[in-house]
Design a binder for this molecule. Structure first.
Ligand code: GDP
Ligand code: MN
Length: 382
């Protein structure tokens, strides 16, 4: 679960990491009021859970409360990468002398947390990492020892932070690591960590991602989950205990199990097709669950054909077949379906599908091939 910037900054404050003064606004009038309180120029920042806000016009520097109201009205009516902006963070503007990158994430290959810093932070950090990787300093953290002070000093030296600010930098580094650990985060990032003209280090932007598997340990965030900023299909899927992933192709896939979903995607791709999405219905496949899954899957206008790939283990094929048939009786659709159903009680399942005049395939390879052909046929002019 990705936290909003303002939530990340609340955590920074709890962990004594300095941030600019500011508050959230939901209306232009509120933005004006906050700008009046702050005196002087302020920055309006759209609170949406998508990257690259700055470049998409979600961040504006304004010089008066009236201008804050006017610009806030524009940003609040806007969508950034499809996500409507409902709230703004209104903050005092900072005079930036240097933008530093500072962050930490799980390095799966090394099996430890990697702490990363660069003297050239800001919105182009990905480019810096690609073009001049030598400008990125890293240290690995032993999970038993945690981030050590000397490691933070090594980073400070490597990215040439002025000596007078080492103490402040080390404190921020250790405090961010503490927050990262307390929250079971998989990422904690300050970009930019700004060296201000007044000679202070300030966290101008924050991004924290909490491991979904640990969310139950952080009920406050779970309850504050901002559904309005997430994809509606994914929210709907979660309600039924399904996992939904949206992609760019034209074949909708209904699968049981994450591994089988991956294999299905791979086979479709290897045969020259492209999945539009996949829905993992997990274990069990009663009519209610299959119906909900198909509804979500078919709501995607890019879908031209549906591939259902189920392996009946504990879930029996006849149960699944009943579920599919019941779902298709309830949902009206003209789209072609291809079903591959194997495993426990396979013969009985196949019979139910055949009775319902549904097209089945014997192997996954054949099913993928048929689904791709059906999708292509849908696109051809009649
Ligand atoms: P992001 O695009 O979502 O990463 O948003 P950021 O909060 O990181 O802001 C993007 C960029 O806007 C920063 O790298 C700064 O260059 C600029 N910016 C943000 N806040 C301020 C500010 O208070 N003063 C100035 N001068 N620039 C700012
Ligand atoms: Mn940023």
């Amino acid at each position: 679960m990705r936290l909003h910037e303002y939530q990340s900054k609340e955590i920074f404050t709890e962990h004594h990491i300095p941030i600019p003064l500011g508050r959230l606004a939901a209306t232009p009038e509120e933005a004006k009021l906050i700008a009046e309180e702050l005196h002087g120029p302020v920055v309006l920042k759209a609170q949406v859970l998508v990257g690259g806000r700055g470049r998409a016009g979600g961040i504006r520097l304004v010089h008066s409360p009236d201008q804050a109201e006017e610009e806030a009205a524009k940003i609040l009516g806007q969508r950034i990468r499809g996500v409507p902006v409902r709230r703004l963070l209104v903050e005092e503007a900072v005079n930036i002398q240097q933008e530093i990158y500072f962050g930490m994430t799980v390095d799966r290959a090394r099996g430890e947390t990697l702490v990363i810093a660069s003297a050239e932070g800001g919105v182009n950090i990905e480019q810096v990492a690609q073009v001049s990787p030598e400008k990125i300093a890293r240290v690995g953290v032993d999970p038993l020892l945690g981030l050590r002070e000397f490691q933070a000093r090594v980073l400070a030296a490597e990215i040439e932070i002025p000596r007078t600010l080492w103490r402040a930098f080390v404190a921020i580094a250790l405090n961010l690591y503490a927050a990262y650990q307390d929250l079971d985060a998989t990422l904690a990032e300050i970009n930019p960590l700004v060296l201000s003209a007044e000679g202070r280090l300030v966290a101008l932007d924050g991004k924290i991602i909490i491991d979904d598997n640990a969310l139950f340990r952080h009920p406050t965030f779970f309850d504050k989950r901002d559904l309005s900023a997430e994809a509606p299909e994914e929210i709907e899927a979660r309600k039924f205990g399904l996992s939904y992933v949206k992609m760019d192709g034209d074949i909708g896939c209904l699968v049981n199990g994450a591994g089988l979903a991956m294999a299905t995607m791979d086979i479709i791709q290897s045969k020259g097709g492209a999945p539009a999405n996949f829905l993992d219905i997990g274990g069990g496949a009663n009519a209610e669950k299959v119906t909900a899954a198909l509804r979500i899957l078919l709501a995607d206008p890019q879908v031209r054909a549906v591939l259902i790939n189920i392996f009946g283990g504990i879930t029996r094929c006849d149960e699944v077949a009943h579920g599919i048939r019941a779902a298709l009786e309830e949902i009206e659709t003209d789209l072609p379906f291809v079903i591959r159903l194997v495993g426990t009680n396979e013969a009985e399942g196949q019979r139910i599908l055949a009775d319902a005049k549904l097209e089945t395939a014997a192997t996954l390879s054949e099913a993928a091939h048929m689904a791709i052909r059906r999708a292509q046929a849908q696109e051809a002019p009649v």
